[in-house]
Ligand binder design. Structure first.
Ligand SMILES: Cc1ncc(COP(=O)(O)O)c(C=O)c1O
Length: 428
């Protein structure tokens, strides 16, 4: 039996997985040309980026912003929820989903995940509904679709909008519809690690001209881009620049043109890359079928294409003779397979909610009365177990490899299972 790489043996994989992100020479030339032209040239690549990205997602309108966090904040503002309205959200997300809710003057209410998909469970959403529910945020964790049919049904029954956090989900689909284009508004990040990397920035898409016009207004103070959007789409054209004088309590969250210049050529590649990530993900899931103790998250039939921003595994230490998850991850990395522990704590356990130095007490006046949501006792055992014991993620570039790469992942896992006893001295 081969010695494990962590114990001094040879790794299963000796060559790197594909690089990510990749900005080609044409993007880099376009970037330097743009920088030399200054930010405020007549041609605004952000308008082209917004329109091309929205069209690629099957949505009518797009608004480019300076981050995914800003996209969530602006999207929530554009929904004009009441102060103190509750927004139901998964605890398995990045804190941006939660801080955006608070910064929009609303209250995050956590609903537990499905233990096999790690996405928000419709049954838990039902249980979290209250007379104060103002919206549901569906975070497509890792780029695999939430159960949108059930979520849309709950939202429509309650007359509340759905906002999609699609920061992990560019190009992924639900019943062949692109994620982000299903709810009232869909929000994206274009940070360098994301599946559509633009070196930074974010944006939202919507089919609703009213949400679009508001998002344009909340996203930027009186910038000429708002006039350009009106010229490009006809939406909001009843106002002219001369008639309008700061009509929104807006922020300065506009996308810088350099992000649009970097992001535009990436849109053309997204479809093929997403297809590869989905195909490889399904292949790897099939390979892992016979491995005890490492199970891929479930991809339901409605999740017709997974963006696999991260590919999620569920680890069971029992099947590895009690080998800790942290040691398993170190052993897999040593075998040449990039991986990490994923989210270590669910969002209802964020320090903010413990109010240790009074930060939460400073936030509540912005949302009205001290809300009913009790974070320390939030009932999300599946999310807690996922973070504490189970979750392991493979980064997006791994899923861009060949099928042979997926087979090497299986070989590395089987090698660790067979050689687990070698790792007693390496336990972390
Ligand atoms: C689920 C999720 N939502 C929102 C964001 C925020 O995006 P950004 O970092 O561009 O602000 C991220 C970023 O990683 C994310 O993972």
């Amino acid at each position: 039996m081969a010695t494990l790489a962590l114990a001094g043996g040879n790794p299963v994989r000796t060559t790197p997985f594909p690089e990510w992100p990749v900005y080609n020479e044409a993007s880099i030339d376009a970037l330097t040309t743009r920088l030399r032209a200054g930010d405020r040239g007549e041609e605004d690549p952000v308008i082209a980026f917004e329109q091309t990205f929205a069209e690629a997602c099957g949505a009518r309108y797009g608004v480019g912003l300076n981050s995914g966090t800003s996209a969530l904040e602006v999207g929530l503002q554009a929904l004009r929820l009441d102060r103190g309205a509750e927004v139901i959200v998964s605890p398995i997300t990045f804190f941006a989903s939660v801080s955006a809710i608070l910064n929009a003057g609303c209250v995050p209410v956590f609903a537990d995940i499905d233990p096999e998909t790690y996405n928000i469970a419709p049954r838990a959403i039902e249980a979290a509904l209250s007379s104060r529910t103002g919206a549901i945020m569906s975070v497509h964790f890792g780029g695999v679709s939430c159960d949108m049919e059930a979520i849309l049904a709950i939202a429509s029954r309650r007359g509340v909008p759905v906002i999609e956090d699609a920061a992990h989900a560019h190009g992924g689909t639900w019943k062949h519809r692109t994620l982000g284009s299903i709810g009232a508004v869909g929000c994206f990040s274009f940070g360098s690690s994301k599946n559509l990397p633009a070196g930074g920035g974010g944006g939202l898409i919507t089919d609703d001209p009213v949400i679009y016009e508001r998002a344009s207004g909340y996203g930027e103070l009186n910038h000429p881009r708002r006039q350009r959007r009106r010229a490009a789409t006809g939406v909001g054209s009843v106002h002219t620049a001369a008639q309008e004088f700061f009509p929104y309590a807006s922020g300065n969250r506009r996308m810088h043109p350099v992000h649009a210049v970097l992001g535009l050529p990436q849109i053309a590649q997204l479809d093929a890359q997403t297809q590869r990530r989905d195909t490889n993900g399904r292949y790897l899931t099939g390979l892992l079928d016979d491995v005890a103790g490492v199970v891929a998250r479930r991809q339901d039939s409605f999740a017709t294409r997974a963006a696999n921003h991260v590919y999620v595994l569920r680890y069971d230490a029992q099947a590895f003779g009690g080998l800790t998850r942290a040691t398993f991850v170190e052993a897999l990395k040593a075998e040449g397979i990039p991986c990490q522990l994923g989210y270590l704590r669910p969002m209802h356990h964020a320090d903010l909610f413990a109010d240790k130095d009074g930060e939460l007490s400073r936030v509540w006046p912005r949302v009205g009365e001290k809300p009913a949501a009790q974070y320390s006792t939030a009932d999300c055992p599946h999310a807690e177990r996922a973070c504490a014991d189970e979750m392991i993620t493979l980064p997006t570039n791994v899923l861009l490899d060949s099928t042979e790469g997926m087979e090497q992942i299986l070989s590395a896992i089987e090698k660790i299972q067979a050689g687990q006893h070698e790792l007693a001295a390496h336990s972390v």
